[in-house]
Design a protein around this ligand. Structure first.
Ligand SMILES: Nc1ncnc2c1ncn2[C@@H]1O[C@H](COP(=O)(O)OP(=O)(O)OP(=O)(O)O)[C@@H](O)[C@H]1O
Ligand code: NI
Length: 370
């Protein structure tokens, strides 16, 4: 298989707070190949956004990437090596902050956030902002940049783009604003777009339209996506491959069909059971027991064991790294759960744990109102 566009290996990002060290991203590894839509899914606080921001090196104090490697098109976005005094230091070939700003962010890797109002300036027209962005990043003259901005607005399905070019963000609906952000993300024809819950604030119909638009544009431009969401329904619609995150770790990684139909991790199973589906009534929904613990003091052993219906005594002791448990479509299916034989951790002989009675949470990530 061709070299991936993006390779993330054992990435660790932590926040050093007064209350202690938050291990927000704790050793995740995944790849994005050209033209793929790769999902990053999990409950609120799992580390999805911190992982995304780490890829762009946008982590601010008290946060810091403390380990691992990020390679994009053969260049090192992040990497450490042992220095002369034995301490870890940033590698020589790591891209500089200047290169990240001018060459990578926006041009190579663009990002779309959940709330377009945070990314758009309310006091300038939508068209003006898009034009300026294109002018700055693509070295076009003002008139050409304007023509290009209007073309992009049309491309993302905004009706009357010449007219809407002159309007302000508040004159756009939520869905239309999100289309503007997609236009902005696409404007420099990046190879990778990171979309962090871009449809979460939208109603279901508009969400469906945006997803359809992204699917079309993805096909047309061949752009790769990292799609961050807590919604398994969205994952099913848009993703090729999926990474399921729990408390800073990737607990399952598989092509989308295998994730849904040959699920290997109890947490993924719980996410799927808590998801509304056309073939089940609301009463049949099965919220995941308990709430996700704080990343500051994760449980021993498997971090999911206190909430896991399959948990046995061994799960309190053994902390499983994701391992290949199956092969599908030339892609590995990985899971971090010792109930699989490859772990050889004595799961079969181990004593089942009583499910601890817990405060029950709603469905993950506040998905219940949708
Ligand atoms: N600036 C910060 N300071 C301290 N802790 C932080 C900071 N930013 C994030 N965290 C912690 O990092 C962990 C991961 O947060 P993150 O925002 O990545 O979760 P998420 O999966 O994106 O959740 P959501 O679905 O709510 O967006 C959480 O425990 C969060 O509290
Ligand atoms: Ni987030």
């Amino acid at each position: 298989m061709a070299e991936p566009l993006l390779r993330v290996e054992n990435l660790k990002t932590q926040f050093f707070t007064d209350a202690g060290t938050v291990r927000a991203v704790d050793g995740i590894s995944f790849e994005v190949h050209e033209g793929e839509i790769v999902g990053l899914v999990g409950e609120s606080g799992a580390g999805k956004s911190v992982a995304s921001m780490s890829l762009l090196r946008l982590i601010e104090s008290p946060g810091e990437i403390v380990g691992g490697e990020i390679t994009y098109k053969g260049e090192t976005i992040f990497g450490l090596e042992e220095g002369p005094d034995g301490d870890l230091q940033r590698r020589d070939d790591m891209l500089s902050n200047e290169e990240m700003r001018t060459r990578i962010r926006g041009n190579e890797i663009a990002v779309i956030f959940q709330d377009p109002m945070e990314s758009l300036n309310p006091v300038f027209t939508v068209g003006g902002q898009l034009r300026e962005f294109i002018e700055l990043n693509r070295d076009l003259a003002k008139r050409e940049a304007k023509r290009e901005a209007i073309r992009m607005l049309r491309e993302v399905g905004i009706p009357d783009p010449e007219q809407r070019y002159e309007e302000y963000p508040h004159q756009f609906s939520g869905g239309m604003r999100q289309r503007v952000l997609i236009a902005m993300a696409l404007a420099c024809e990046p190879s990778l777009i990171i979309a962090d819950e871009p449809t979460t604030a939208l109603d279901v119909t508009v969400e469906g339209q945006i997803i359809e638009l992204v699917d079309d544009l993805q096909e047309k431009y061949g752009t790769s996506f990292i799609w961050v969401t807590h919604d398994m329904g969205v994952v099913a619609e848009i993703c090729d491959r999926v990474n399921v995150m729990y408390l800073g770790e990737i607990v399952e990684q598989a092509p989308v069909d295998d994730l849904f139909h040959a699920t290997k991790h109890p947490y993924t199973n719980a996410l799927l059971n808590s998801m509304p589906r056309p073939d089940r009534t609301v009463e049949e929904l099965d919220p995941i027991e308990g709430v996700m613990p704080e990343a500051i003091s994760p449980p021993s052993g498997c971090r999911f064991h206190p909430r896991c219906p399959d948990a046995r005594e061994v799960c309190q002791r053994v902390h499983p790294e994701a391992k290949v448990v199956d092969q599908a479509d030339g892609h590995s299916h990985r899971a971090a759960c010792v109930k699989h034989d490859v772990f050889d951790a004595g799961y079969d002989e181990s004593v089942p744990l009583e499910a601890e009675p817990q405060v029950t949470a709603g469905t993950p990530g506040g998905g219940e109102d949708r």
